[in-house]
Write a protein that binds this ligand. Structure first.
Ligand code: GLA
Length: 390
């Protein structure tokens, strides 16, 4: 996106010039789904689709927000002295939450002036590509730059998670904020969510691309299904702790899970825990496959991940399944799986470049036949974390 486009939009709304410009990416998750709140591994990457902001200091003590994506909402104005969550403030809550919690860090005074903030994103909202973490990490770079303060990136990541958990009410893990903030161009983030140790893996796709396939079925994590899965894993863990000394499901492997899962004693809970345990092991294997540049093996692990999310974790549904199953049948597709929380949103496919057109054609036909929606496709680059644009 052109800075001049942001500048013009900003001036239309605030009748003054923007002084600073920022970009914060979204993310895809290559593999390791619903493992980040179970002490497991994840393997996401920041992408070149994301959220842009044009900003200037304001003359008052207020935050002024406007989104070019939701022009009908108009300008949302909140006082810096009253940043409490309000449902009607919709998307601005992600930024308000960041202002709220970053202000509580010990060595930081209250913000000394307000801001005019104009947002424009090219990330489809509620699509499993982390538009919310993109906005949270955007707030992080806006705050550090505009108020000239230093905040450790890990603290910004953890604050984003805190916003989701305590301010928005989604009991999410740390993957999205970590991937967005720590992402690097052409590298994926292999993160152990138990220790927060991570490695950056070069993603060398050669004549292949990662194609994002959007179900265009909106999903809302606040509606409870996400939190329900998390609670099911916690219950399974509690039951396992009667027979084995573990702090998280991520500490088990296939063999130990097999030996102890009798203690869970409930079919649904066994399936949820089995996904968490095996998906974590699969993600470790996927990291090895990527290190060996074995994309065939990586693709098979992506497929296995989807199967586990479909049958054991039950977070896919007809829309995601149709996209992914149809992709599997096409020549030149090495692997495909849903990405993100599921329940709608997006899937990804690892595809040879000369097979992309056929993939789009066949997936669109099958998807329109099976559902009430049409799919969208995006081919994005793996990108850097939040940046200030000049
Ligand atoms: C959402 C959450 C993440 C993670 C994924 C599923 O994106 O925000 O923390 O749990 O779902 O892997």
């Amino acid at each position: 996106m052109d800075i001049s486009e942001l500048q013009v939009g900003f001036k239309d709304v605030y009748d003054t010039d923007a002084t600073n410009f920022f970009f914060s990416p979204g993310r895809i998750n290559l593999i390791g789904e619903h493992t980040d709140y179970n002490g497991g591994h994840v393997f996401p990457a920041a992408i070149s689709l994301g959220t842009y902001a044009a900003v200037s200091p304001s003359k008052d003590n207020e935050l002024h927000f406007f989104s070019a994506n939701y022009p009908k909402n108009g300008e949302v104005v909140v006082s810096l002295t009253n940043l409490e969550y309000k449902k009607e403030d919709s998307w601005t809550n992600y930024l308000k939450g960041m202002f709220t919690f970053l202000d509580q860090t010990p060595d930081q005074d209250a913000y000394s002036f307000g801001l005019n903030i104009y947002i424009k994103g090219n990330l489809p909202a509620a699509s499993g590509l982390s538009s919310s973490a993109s906005m949270e990490m955007l707030a992080g770079i806006i705050i550090t730059s505009m108020y000239d303060i230093e905040i450790d990136p890990l603290e910004i990541v953890q604050t984003g998670k805190q916003v989701e958990n305590e301010y928005i009410g989604v009991n999410s893990g740390i993957m999205d904020q970590f991937a967005v903030e720590m992402g690097k161009k052409n590298q994926a983030v292999f993160l152990d969510t138990n220790t927060l140790e991570y490695k950056l893996f070069p993603i060398n796709l050669e004549d292949m691309s990662i194609v994002i396939m959007n179900t265009n079925k909106p999903r809302n994590l606040v509606d409870g299904k996400y939190n329900e899965r998390r609670a099911e894993c916690e219950e399974a863990l509690t039951r396992l702790q009667d027979v084995v000394n573990i702090e998280s499901l991520g500490e088990l492997d296939e063999k130990s899970f097999d030996e102890y899962c009798y203690a869970i004693g409930d079919e649904t809970l066994i399936k949820r825990a089995r996904h968490a345990v095996i998906e974590n092991q699969r993600t470790i294997r996927a990291g090895e496959a990527m290190t060996n540049n074995d994309l065939q093996q990586f693709g098979r692990l992506m497929n296995a991940s989807h199967i586990s999310l479909e049958y054991d974790y039950e977070v896919t549904g007809i829309e995601l399944d149709t996209l992914v199953h149809t992709a599997w049948q096409q020549d030149g597709v090495l692997g495909a799986r849903m990405t993100g929380a599921g329940f709608g949103g997006c899937a990804i496919a690892l595809v040879e470049n000369d097979a992309i057109d056929n993939l789009k054609k066949e997936v669109t036909a099958a998807y329109e036949k099976a559902t009430d929606f049409s799919p969208s496709f995006y081919i994005t680059e793996i990108s850097d974390g939040p940046i200030e644009l000049f």
